[in-house]
Design a protein around this ligand. Structure first.
Ligand SMILES: Nc1ncnc2c1ncn2[C@@H]1O[C@H](COP(=O)(O)OP(=O)(O)OP(=O)(O)O)[C@@H](O)[C@H]1O
Length: 579
């Protein structure tokens, strides 16, 4: 989704606020820059000394003195530059560390509704490309920009001090250069945004293709995906080219204006020297000073481009930081001694408020009961879990836990009381051990093996030469669907939460795996409240109560026998064993 542009100045000021956290380093940086840059005046002075004094007087020992002075000034300047670069990189890396950390902190706390609208590729682009580009604003802005400005000021001051009339004349092109820089920044700012967004779109496509690579291959959609990618890539190429075209016009034009100033100086200076208004040494000094004056201006053009494009990136980073997140994870009462009574009271909810997915849902689960929820696909079953976990809030009605609205409880303690096994049984890239640790970060190996045994997963993990250290691959692709489910259940065992939410996988598993999963579920549900979105008849039959959902509403409830008797829709679902 394209972001609304904010002003570059506002974004720049926010970046400065970031820099303020490390103001000591910024101050050291500034002092070193002033000292180092001031040393540039030594060499033009030495040149004038040579031309006007030492050469006419044929002062050979003086040559040594002047040469040593110039060398010392150069050496000191480069030494200060070395220190400044070290300080600057530490300063910059700390700032960027803060920014990256804040961005990750924010992303992990953003509500699910935000992720529904955002593509993963776009989020990754912001982290991987926009944060470093933001870093360049700081690096170039402070390191290059500051020293360039200082050098301009210092050489201008010395020029005025040496000969104010000449200084004024040779600076004629400066206002044009400044105006050019300002226009350029205004012109490329929207184009930089465009380029960032084009890059995001391209990365989103790439991410989708990689995530869905099995689908791409099985539908032999490689060429279609290539075309989509090429289109996005072409858009990026075009916007990058537009930026470079602007740069190609701007940079030489400004360079020409600078050179114009130099030729102006040489001509007028030569005239002045002929008229006796300035010495030859002064003219030499001026030429060097003017070189020092225009050289950073050329540098500033490059800095200008980096800053403007970097600010477009910074804007995209701040857009995420400004989102309203679940910062209040800890706010609200802490849930303790959970009995496990769950109630949905007249709940109406839609992911988009005008499109309700649940309508007036009433559902009650007593402590330690197992409730199965059945219904056709899309009837809103998983959505019930999304509300119970407080990922979303209903538009009307209430979700209660132990008789109190879940909104009273802080999200951390609420979610700690729930073990949620999702339908896709998502596993993180890493080892089985890493994945189990999510359930209990302090679990010992023995506890992990016990959980795996409960989840009927011990056998296949033991068979693996690496055991608990076996890699599961991205999203657990190196395991079968049934194995993933059982690892996810073992993780839920380790969490040992009083309420289990299980979204049964729809994909068929073989009879042996199904029996193993069923056995795991039987053990998991003992001693806790259990809500199961059931797709297998065996799960439903053993539940205490079954709720039948249809188009976002509860159609009927009861035991299997009761529903077979009273609900034609349930009979239909059951005859399809189960959905
Ligand atoms: N994040 C979302 N944003 C917008 N709409 C959504 C979102 N998640 C689900 N929906 C919509 O809400 C409706 C109910 O979805 P839900 O996942 O609750 O169904 P379900 O009964 O669990 O289906 P299944 O058995 O296929 O998992 C569907 O029409 C779906 O398109």
């Amino acid at each position: 989704m394209p972001d609304k542009p904010t002003s570059l100045r506002a974004t720049g000021s926010r970046l400065l606020v970031f820099a303020r956290a490390h103001w000591r380093m910024a101050l050291i940086q500034f002092v070193l820059a002033v000292l180092g840059t001031s040393l540039i005046v030594v060499f033009p002075g030495v040149v004038q000394w040579f031309v006007d004094d030492l050469i006419p007087r044929k002062d050979v020992p003086g040559i040594w003195k002047a040469g040593a002075l110039a060398i010392a000034a150069f050496f000191l300047r480069e030494l200060l530059f070395y220190i400044r670069t070290r300080v600057n990189s530490a300063f910059e890396q700390r700032m960027i560390f803060d920014l990256r950390g804040q961005l990750h902190h924010k992303i992990a706390r953003l509500p699910l509704a935000w992720f529904d609208r955002q593509s993963t590729g776009d989020i990754l682009t912001r982290m991987a490309d926009d944060v470093p580009a933001t870093q360049r604003v700081i690096l170039e802005g402070i390191e290059q920009g500051l020293t360039a400005v200082l050098q301009i000021i210092i050489s201008a001051v010395v020029m005025f001090y040496t000969n104010s009339t000449f200084a004024l004349i040779v600076m004629v092109p400066t206002p044009f250069i400044a105006a050019g820089g300002w226009l350029f920044a205004r012109w490329i700012a929207p184009r930089s945004r465009e380029a960032r967004e084009a890059s995001s779109r391209m990365n989103s496509l790439l991410h989708d293709t990689i995530t869905g690579i099995r689908q791409v291959k099985s539908y032999t959609a490689e060429d279609t995906k290539q075309e989509d990618f090429n289109r996005a890539s072409h858009e990026l190429r075009r916007s990058q080219q537009r930026l470079m075209t602007a740069w190609a016009v701007y940079s030489p034009l400004m360079g020409f204006l600078g050179s114009f100033g130099l030729v102006l100086l040489l001509s007028i200076g030569a005239y002045g020297a002929i008229q006796g208004e300035m010495t030859t040494g002064e003219l030499f000094k001026f030429i060097f000073l003017l070189g020092f004056f225009f050289e950073p201006i050329a540098r500033l053009h490059g800095v200008n481009q980096t800053i403007v494009t970097g600010l477009a990136s910074a804007e995209r980073v701040f857009k995420i930081l400004d989102q309203e997140g679940e910062e209040d994870l800890e706010r609200g009462a802490t849930l303790t001694n959970v009995r496990g009574e769950v109630e949905f009271r007249d709940v109406t909810f839609g992911y988009q408020p005008d499109k309700p997915v649940l309508q007036g849902v009433n559902l009650r689960v007593l402590p330690r009961q197992t409730v199965a929820i059945v219904g056709a696909t899309g009837s809103g079953k998983s959505t019930l879990f999304q509300l119970l976990t407080h990922f979303y809030e209903p538009q009307s009605g209430q979700v209660l836990l132990d008789g109190h609205p879940i909104t009273n409880y802080n999200r951390v303690s609420l979610r700690d009381a729930l073990a949620y096994v999702t339908q896709d049984a998502f596993l993180f890239a890493g080892t089985i051990r890493d994945n189990l640790r999510l359930g209990d970060p302090d679990a010992t190996d023995d506890e992990m093996w016990a959980a795996l045994t409960h989840a009927s997963a011990e056998e296949f993990v033991r068979r693996h030469p690496d055991g608990l250290d076996a890699q599961v691959g991205e999203r657990g692709v190196m395991l079968s669907g049934g194995e993933r489910q059982r690892i996810a259940m073992a993780r839920a065992f380790l969490k040992d939460a009083p309420i289990l939410l299980l979204d049964e996988a729809t994909s068929a598993v073989d009879n042996k795996s199904e029996a193993a999963i069923q056995e795991a579920l039987e053990k998991l549900r003992a001693d806790r409240t259990c809500l199961v979105i059931a797709h297998r008849l065996s799960t439903v039959v053993s539940a205490d109560v079954i709720y039948v959902m249809r188009q976002g509403q509860v159609l009927a409830q009861g035991s299997h026998a009761e529903l077979v008797e009273s609900c034609a829709y349930y009979r239909e679902l059951a005859s399809l064993a189960l959905l």
